[in-house]
Ligand binder design. Structure first.
Ligand SMILES: Nc1ncnc2c1ncn2[C@@H]1O[C@H](COP(=O)(O)OP(=O)(O)O)[C@@H](O)[C@H]1O
Ligand SMILES: [Mg+2]
Length: 249
């Protein structure tokens, strides 16, 4: 079997008294998309933040490409350079142009020259339909454009793994499609991704593996056909029923 890009083994995360992740196991194979679904508060964001070492775990272990990144001796900055993360709110720096936002990490963290960083940035902006926005400030962009720019920024460092945390949740409905299109394209190019999403039909379409979280536990996992089409757990069925009732599947 090929080595997973990301592996979580019995990961436990608490905030004070609250157990937010309990015994979470996860394997993400290269060039696959894993969708994390579950109600608000189920632990999706925390799982992604732990994978990127933005949160320290209490127990268990996490590997990236076979290297244990939760080993105290691991270089957290070096790990984060190999993982791109995009959040719900775009978090672009407002005082920098799109191009400056995108080239910041490659230049500061990866030591790329301005020329090199700008060439790659312009290529990515072009691909994501933002070539004309390179020299604009974020507040001149629509929400969808800002989120695409945030994805470009995450891709600028050639990440091994891309984590996407409800990247369409803050968008007006008519702008959701253009951002999901980008994720579809990235999948087509073989980018390994883990995404937390409320877009169930999108998860069903794009994911290779779906994990349903509840109370910090991966209650059910499988192919989209299994989890959406024939869920084994009553809790999964209830969750999906609520989603259907809300008109989101
Ligand atoms: N920094 C924090 N401090 C305390 N509790 C937190 C913190 N971050 C998240 N939580 C709690 O952890 C649980 C899971 O949150 P989260 O991972 O954001 O879930 P989701 O992304 O699925 O909505 C929630 O109960 C939330 O209140
Ligand atoms: Mg969240």
């Amino acid at each position: 079997m090929t080595e997973p890009v990301l592996r979580m083994d019995s990961v436990r995360k608490t905030f004070g008294e609250t157990v937010v992740l309990r015994d979470v196991d996860l394997d993400v194979a290269p060039h696959t998309v894993t969708a994390l679904i579950g109600a608000s508060g189920s632990g999706k964001s925390t799982l992604l933040r732990c994978a990127n070492l933005l949160e320290e775990i209490d127990d268990g272990a996490i590997w990236l490409d076979g290297e244990e990144i939760t080993d105290p001796r691991a270089d957290a900055d070096a790990v984060r350079r190999r993982i791109g993360i995009v959040f719900q709110a775009y978090n672009l720096f407002p005082h920098m142009t799109v191009l400056e936002n995108v080239t910041l990490a490659p230049r500061r963290v990866h030591g790329a020259s301005r020329e090199e960083a700008e060439e790659r940035a312009r290529g990515l902006l072009e691909r994501l339909g933002l070539a004309a926005k390179a020299d604009e400030y974020p507040d001149r962009l629509s929400g969808g454009q800002q989120q695409r720019a945030a994805i470009v920024r995450a891709l600028a460092v050639r990440p091994r793994l891309l984590l996407l945390d409800e990247i369409t949740a803050a968008l007006d409905p008519e702008l959701v499609g253009e951002v999901l299109d980008v994720v579809r394209d990235l999948k087509g190019e073989g980018m390994t991704m883990v995404l937390a999403t409320h877009e169930m039909s999108f998860a069903r379409e794009v994911a290779d593996q779906v994990c349903f979280l509840e109370g910090g536990v991966v209650l059910e996992r499988g192919t989209p056909e299994d989890v959406f089409g024939d869920p084994r757990q009553e809790r999964t069925r209830q969750f999906l029923r609520r989603i259907v009732e809300a008109g989101r599947l």
